[in-house]
Design a protein around this ligand. Structure first.
Ligand SMILES: Cc1cc2nc3c(=O)[nH]c(=O)nc-3n(C[C@H](O)[C@H](O)[C@H](O)COP(=O)(O)OP(=O)(O)OC[C@H]3O[C@@H](n4cnc5c(N)ncnc54)[C@H](O)[C@@H]3O)c2cc1C
Length: 377
């Protein structure tokens, strides 16, 4: 029997590591990714202000796996029922598989936004944002961040803090969001605390502002006057990658996408067992990996088709949320919002736990050292 995991992000690496422990040794396990490293994406914005953190954000895939074969190739198409994957350098077949390819930045066909905006999905994006922004600090001007989800609020916070570190920089950081609040979809007390942290750092937050187009220096909005800018960072949402025809297919609570395939993480739109639409986050991707591992193991033992074993179901339960806004940190734990040092310790511990979970123990230790040696980070 062959089990294939497609994509080595939070969903894929967590799933692979669980399957390595749960599947019988006779089952062949393959992890496929177009890149050689697992990216700790939920801390990516930190690299905009602290490039020294970069080394801890990339973990070689071979370090993440104990017995899975790692195949470095780009997935071009997947047949979820037949269990066949077209790769850029050939194809593979599997008896059971998981689609964990993550997502790409969505531009919604808005004219000029892709051409003029920098997304934040890879380290090279963080580097480009930092370098453009440091140039802006020299000349003065305005950076606009489009989209105030988890990526947008955190990168706006980093940029505002970076400007504050350069006392003579005359730079304005504007954060646009089409919904009525920042961090849409999150608890109200969390949204309010995040908005306060942004305002404390001088970020000009403009909600209910829908971008409709961009040219080299102006953003057109649906609801108000055009906005002049010197740098544009686009964090306006996500959509599926090219292998999924730019779509995120929907899965229900068993996470089953087809006869032989499960889908989890940002790649898919998950509706949980209680009918709730689940936010696309690292936290939910990791939790879904537990359900996918149980279901793949059950089918590996019980067989696909015919009288299949009863599959586990995913129920979305938030463990709370933690975001950094420059030097500030906001954590929602149960109904409580916590800020400052306890929240920061929580954020560091989540990053450390993730690195340890994917097998990168040395990186985890370095992340602890980094946060201890630069408490304002
Ligand atoms: C700046 C930023 C801050 C964030 N902050 C938080 C936070 O505070 N908390 C939180 O929970 N979430 C946060 N998130 C969201 C979180 O990072 C994502 O939800 C998470 O990465 C999703 O995990 P995933 O495994 O589905 O996808 P990913 O982690 O994106 O992994 C997908 C993998 O698939 C590979 N891949 C993609 N396409 C192909 C292909 N065609 N062929 C082969 N391989 C392919 C990629 O190389 C990648 O390794 C943040 C995201 C960003 C960008």
């Amino acid at each position: 029997m062959h089990v294939a995991v497609l994509g080595a992000g939070y969903a894929g690496v967590t799933l692979t590591r669980k399957l390595e422990r749960q599947l019988p040794a006779s089952v062949e396990l393959t992890l496929v990714d177009g890149r050689e490293t697992h990216l700790v994406q939920h801390l990516l914005h930190r690299a905009v202000r602290h490039p020294t953190i970069e080394a801890q954000l990339e973990v070689p895939l071979e370090e993440c796996c104990q017995r899975a074969n790692v195949r470095h190739a780009t997935v071009e198409a997947v047949d979820y029922d037949e269990g066949r994957v077209e790769l850029d350098d050939g194809s593979i077949e599997y008896d059971l598989g998981a689609l964990c390819l993550g997502a790409q930045t969505a531009y919604y066909g808005l004219s000029g936004v892709r051409a003029h905006g920098t997304p934040l999905k890879r380290l090279r994006d963080a580097r480009a944002i930092r370098s453009q922004f440091l140039d802006l600090c020299e000349t003065g001007g305005r950076v606009v961040v489009g989209g105030a989800g988890l990526s947008g609020v955190q990168v706006a916070g980093e940029l505002a803090e970076l400007a504050r570190d350069r006392a003579d920089a005359d730079v304005e950081v504007v954060l646009l969001e089409q919904k009525p609040t920042v961090a849409p979809g999150f608890p109200v007390s969390f949204q309010e605390a995040v908005a306060e942290e942004l305002e404390t750092r001088g970020v000009d937050v403009r909600t209910r502002t829908t971008v409709t187009a961009a040219d080299e220096e102006t953003l057109t909005t649906a609801t108000g006057p055009a906005i002049e800018y010197d740098q544009l960072v686009w964090t306006g949402g996500i959509t599926g990658g090219a292998a999924l025809d730019d779509r995120r297919p929907q899965v229900r609570s068993t996470l089953r996408l087809g006869r032989r395939t499960f889908g989890l993480g940002d790649a898919v739109n998950v509706v949980d067992d209680e009918g709730k639409r689940v936010p696309a986050t690292a936290q939910t991707a990791v939790r879904q990996a537990t359900v996918a591992a149980e279901n793949i193991t059950a089918l590996a033992e019980g067989g696909v088709g015919g009288f299949e074993p009863r599959l586990s179901r995913y129920v979305y339960q938030s463990l709370g949320w933690v975001v950094t806004v420059g030097g500030g940190t906001v954590a929602q734990v149960g109904s409580q919002v916590v800020r400052g040092t306890p929240a920061k310790a929580l954020k560091t511990s989540i990053g450390v736990q993730h690195l340890a979970n994917v097998g990168a123990v040395e990186d985890a230790i370095e992340l602890i050292q980094e946060s201890v040696s630069s408490p304002q980070a």
